[in-house]
Design a protein around this ligand. Structure first.
Ligand SMILES: Cc1cc2nc3c(=O)[nH]c(=O)nc-3n(C[C@H](O)[C@H](O)[C@H](O)COP(=O)(O)OP(=O)(O)OC[C@H]3O[C@@H](n4cnc5c(N)ncnc54)[C@H](O)[C@@H]3O)c2cc1C
Length: 419
């Protein structure tokens, strides 16, 4: 019988019983949305399985509700569960973090000094938040009106900043790197603006959307649908503005200004509230590994999710190279392809060529309290609506689906391998 270190989250005394060299048939790196979903689906599909997840965190977060939490809609504690509650029963949880890969030997090494071998590897460690890439940000977040929904720890302060602002300039940034949830920088801006509008303060607040990008949203239909929303709140969009530094004491944000892909100027904007969506990149241990593509992401085929060099390795979620919007919604679709291919490989030695990920991503754009535009699209930015209605219209029904239904579907459906 296989030896489990943590079964159903019940920790066996690791120091005494965990062998430092061990083997698993399927090893999953990361117990986030992608890692747990894949583990749960595999467990449901395979009668005999030996699956282990390597995950250092005690806590699993449902990040899509952080926007609501910071807007004071419901308590942030509802966005998290203990890891032991979400790791599927009979799947081993190795509480450690991977530091390097040796795909030729089919092994990974961990911070805790373990070397673990595998038959198949699923790489899902998410995206890295590069707070230190903006000068002065890491040390000033949570002070002087500088806040972010990209960290659980900053949610309360973000809520406080929104509540306390009565007048002045509110800056909402979007980086020129890839980042998770393309709509989040705007969702929090619209919810903040709606808070100020309802309170009668919006007229005294200059809301600016400062983005390293060139458009309000990368999908034309969605950008058009957002036009009236931007107008309603009097948001001033500033394109090609990439935040590079924060002077916290003076409350000044410093931006590089881009033209034709080059920095042509720099500008400073004084703020009263600065909501930062930080630059993001592939985790360093992935960037520095043989699994990475030229940009540092796990180099997989965009349809099969199989590694381009190592056929027994798959990746999904925010760390993968697939050029989709990095969202939990994408994970849900990608997971079916990854688990289908793994089951097929185990049974027939071949991947299932009928399975193909089409780049689906979903961005539920909260445009105010009780208002949501549900953007769903594929690799070609083609709109792929789930409902037979005009999803480009702001809808209360979609808002409640996102706020009340999707969290239940996540915890009870997706993480249990059912959705
Ligand atoms: C504010 C915000 C709003 C969002 N809104 C939405 C939304 O509305 N809809 C939507 O679909 N998506 C949304 N997302 C995005 C969604 O949360 C992510 O796309 C999704 O969580 C990606 O899943 P993942 O498993 O790749 O990464 P994660 O869920 O981040 O999990 C990665 C896991 O890997 C672990 N890990 C890291 N390093 C190591 C290591 N060295 N070894 C082992 N494990 C490691 C981490 O501890 C973590 O548990 C939002 C995200 C944010 C931050």
């Amino acid at each position: 019988m296989k030896k489990l270190y943590t079964v159903s989250g019940k920790n066996v005394d690791e120091k005494k019983t965990v062998p430092f060299t061990t083997h698993h048939q399927i090893l999953i790196v990361g117990g986030g949305s992608a890692g747990i979903t894949v583990a749960a689906q595999l467990k449901n599909k395979l009668s005999n399985h030996d699956i282990a997840i390597i995950e250092p965190s005690e806590v699993h977060y449902y990040q899509p509700v952080w926007t609501f939490n910071a807007a004071g809609v419901f308590e942030k504690e509802k966005s998290k569960k203990l890891m032991e509650e979400v790791v599927p029963k009979d799947v081993a949880w190795i509480k450690d973090s991977v530091v390097s890969f040796n795909p030729d030997a089919n092994t990974v090494s961990t911070a805790g000094g373990r070397m673990i071998s595998y038959e198949y590897l699923v790489v899902a460690p998410g995206i890295q938040i590069d707070w230190d890439k903006v000068d002065g940000l890491a040390e000033s977040i949570g002070t002087n009106g500088i806040c972010s929904i990209y960290s659980y720890r900053s949610l309360d302060y973000t809520e406080e900043c929104i509540k306390n602002l009565k007048s002045g300039t509110a800056l909402f940034t979007q980086p020129n790197t890839k980042f998770k949830c393309g709509g989040a920088p705007q969702k929090i801006m619209y919810l903040a603006s709606d808070t100020w509008k309802k309170r009668g303060d919006l007229g005294n607040i200059n809301v600016q959307f400062t983005t390293g990008g060139s458009v309000i949203f990368g999908v034309k239909e969605v950008a058009e649908a957002l036009g009236p929303v931007v107008k309603r709140y009097g948001v001033e969009p500033k394109f090609f503005h990439n935040l590079i530094a924060v002077k916290a004491d003076e409350k000044i944000a410093v931006y590089d200004i881009y033209k034709d892909g080059k920095v042509v100027d720099q500008t400073e904007i004084k703020f009263d509230l600065l909501h930062v969506t930080p630059p993001q990149s592939s985790p360093d241990f992935i960037k520095n590994s043989p699994l990475a593509d030229s940009e540092g992401w796990v180099d997989v085929d965009k349809h099969s999710m199989q590694h381009n060099k190592f056929p027994n390795i798959f990746s999904l979620g925010d760390a993968g190279s697939t050029p989709n919007a990095k969202t939990g919604a994408a994970v849900r679709k990608q997971s079916r392809v990854v688990t289908g291919n793994l089951v097929s490989l185990l049974k027939s030695g071949k991947i299932d060529t009928s399975l193909s990920y089409d780049g689906y991503g979903s961005c539920p754009l909260i445009t105010g309290f009780g208002k949501l535009i549900l953007a769903e699209f594929d690799y070609n930015n083609k709109i792929t609506p789930s409902f037979p209605i005009n999803q480009m219209k702001e809808r209360r029904s979609m808002y409640h689906m996102k706020k009340d239904l999707l969290p239940i579907m996540y915890w009870e459906g997706m993480l249990k391998g059912r959705a």
